[in-house]
Design a protein around this ligand. Structure first.
Ligand code: ADP
Ligand code: MG
Length: 220
């Protein structure tokens, strides 16, 4: 690893989780509004409740390795959020934690592996394909963009920007989709024309990662 290559520290991950809790609180109403026409108007409430639980558990593990911190996050979400979102987001963080078990610092490649493992966990649990109008439609292009940018030798910050842009596009691309998974699928054709709430929260989570790393490493 070259000397000036940015690495993600345990403290960065802790800050990311704190910032995520704040962003999800700010956007709780918006996310539930998105869930109203194609679901049961609770996605923002669910995510906000889940991350409040994460914040209550964080002080116990703040000094541990990144794997433990992310695994604890996943377990807090699973224990506090019902419906589809809880187990899916729980799995995202559990698998992320497993992928970086024991590490206190992550390289760009570690981050690619972490997000790839999260996506695989979600797909294994929820069986959604790309185009089914779920969080998978935001995370899949995000992972691909991140991997490609890292492989092209771009800086971590540049790669995170590409990841966020791809997640945002993936989120917007859910608008014309017909839902094939989750509550929205019960609506059939009437699910068309609405942005998926889970794809939106996934975009916010990834954008927050990018912003956290950028603000903490900008001066270095
Ligand atoms: P619920 O649908 O139980 O009310 P939420 O409202 O918290 O749970 O979450 C809804 C979001 O979950 C959807 O917008 C979608 O992105 C995601 N989702 C639902 N089912 C699946 C699935 N099988 N695979 C991936 N994501 C899914
Ligand atoms: Mg819902």
């Amino acid at each position: 690893m070259s000397e000036n290559e940015t690495t993600i520290t345990k403290d960065d991950i802790v800050e990311w989780l704190k910032a995520t809790a704040a962003v999800l609180e700010e956007n709780a109403h918006y996310l539930s509004e998105l869930d109203a026409p194609i679901g049961d108007a609770d996605h923002g409430i669910n995510m906000n409740r889940g991350f409040k639980k994460v914040m209550s558990k964080l002080p116990n593990v703040e000094d541990k390795d990144i794997g433990t911190i992310l695994r604890t996050t996943g377990m807090a979400l699973i224990s506090s959020v019902g419906g589809a979102g809880g187990p899916l987001y729980g799995t995202l963080y559990l698998e992320a934690g497993k992928a970086v078990r024991g590490k206190t610092e992550l390289s760009a490649n570690d981050l690619v592996n972490l997000i790839e493992a999260s996506l695989k966990g979600i797909v294994k649990l929820g069986k959604a394909n790309i185009g089914d109008k779920t969080m998978v439609d935001a995370i899949t292009p995000a992972v691909e963009a991140l991997r490609q940018s890292v492989n092209n030798g771009n800086s971590l910050i540049e790669a995170l920007h590409s990841m966020t842009d791809a997640a945002q596009k993936g989120m917007k691309d859910t608008i014309p989709m017909l839902a094939k998974k989750g509550r929205a699928s019960y609506l059939g054709e009437r699910s068309i024309g609405h942005q998926d709430p889970g794809a939106t929260s996934s975009y916010l989570v990834l954008k927050t990662l990018s912003e956290t790393i950028e603000s903490r490493h900008a001066s270095k």
